[in-house]
Design a protein around this ligand. Structure first.
Ligand code: HXC
Length: 257
């Protein structure tokens, strides 16, 4: 299948989705959202795919939601269309997703990166929530996910001033997992995705589910939930294989079931 604003490539068990609207610095218009949602839906259902990498260009992961597409809309239109709600489908993907961010991740671009399971940043990456400069506020989860990621002080400062932070500050504050030299970012993201995809997809899906539960539950409920999911991992063939391989001092051969 072919898309207008994204490129989709699979390499072994890894799928690479590249935002590809260079003329608008990958601004996330409605079509781009629908394409990312559609492409990841198909890939999510494919047991041969174990991890996604979502990336943009060297200059921009994404410079935000598409300002030109939104500028003339009324509140009623935004509400009726439930603008941006389609991204919820992206966040419900079960396959792990790595955001590989080079250049600008601003507004909706930063919010999209934060919807992924973790962010690897190129050393020239810049993150920000500049919506305040447009007379609006974050609308794709930024006020919630950024606050959880970096804490209230920095989230508040970023959303109130629109100040961008660089990769170093993003790593220091817990927004990104790791910084990689810009030119090596995509290769490193793919290597990391290959590593994840080499594990049991059953277990990886469970990891994603229980870590995300930490955002939604109190500690006691979360720990109990983790333990129940842990117990259910013993229903998988991959658990038998993984533990047998350890005991037999060999590499496991996971079948993802
Ligand atoms: C639409 C955009 C865009 C955007 C850039 N472009 N960002 N178009 N929506 N978010 C377009 C520009 O209009 C321009 O098109 C082309 O991309 C290149 O951008 P330049 O500004 O010429 O590049 P540069 O000078 O290098 O500056 C890069 C930049 C700047 C600092 C990233 O583009 C910028 O500030 N962009 C907007 C960032 C922003 O405010 N993002 C938040 C969006 S609101 P032309 O045709 O002129 O060449 C948002 C809301 C989320 O995300 C939810 C709340 C509702």
């Amino acid at each position: 299948s072919s898309y207008e604003n994204i490129l989709v490539e699979t390499r072994g068990r890894v799928a690479i989705i590249t935002l590809n609207r260079p003329k608008a610095l990958n601004a996330l218009n409605d079509l781009t959202m629908r394409e990312v949602v559609a492409a990841t839906a198909e890939l999510d259902a494919n047991p041969e795919i174990g991890c996604f990498v979502l990336t943009g260009s060297e200059k921009a992961f994404a410079a935000g939601a598409d300002i030109k597409e939104m500028s003339e809309k009324s509140a009623t239109q935004m509400y009726t269309l439930d603008w941006f709600s389609g991204w919820d489908q992206f966040t419900s993907r079960r396959t792990p997703v790595i955001a590989a961010v080079n250049g600008y991740a601003l507004g909706g671009g930063c919010e999209l990166a934060m919807m992924c399971d973790f962010i690897l940043a190129g050393d020239k990456a810049k993150f920000g929530q500049p919506e305040i400069n447009l007379g609006i506020i974050p609308g794709m989860g930024g006020s919630q996910r950024l606050t959880r990621a970096v804490g209230k002080a920095k989230a508040m400062e970023m959303c109130l001033t629109g100040r961008m932070i660089d990769a170093e500050e993003a790593e220091r504050s817990g927004l990104v997992a790791r910084i990689v030299p810009a030119a090596e970012l995509l290769d490193e993201a793919i290597r990391t995705a290959e590593l994840i995809a080499s594990k049991s997809k059953v277990a990886a899906t469970m990891v994603k589910e229980v870590v995300n539960a930490a955002y939604e539950t109190n500690l006691q409920q979360g720990v109990l939930y983790e333990r129940r999911v842990f117990h259910s991992a013993f229903a998988s063939e991959d658990q038998k294989e993984g533990m047998a391989a350890f005991v037999e001092k060999r590499e496991p051969n996971f079948q993802h079931r």
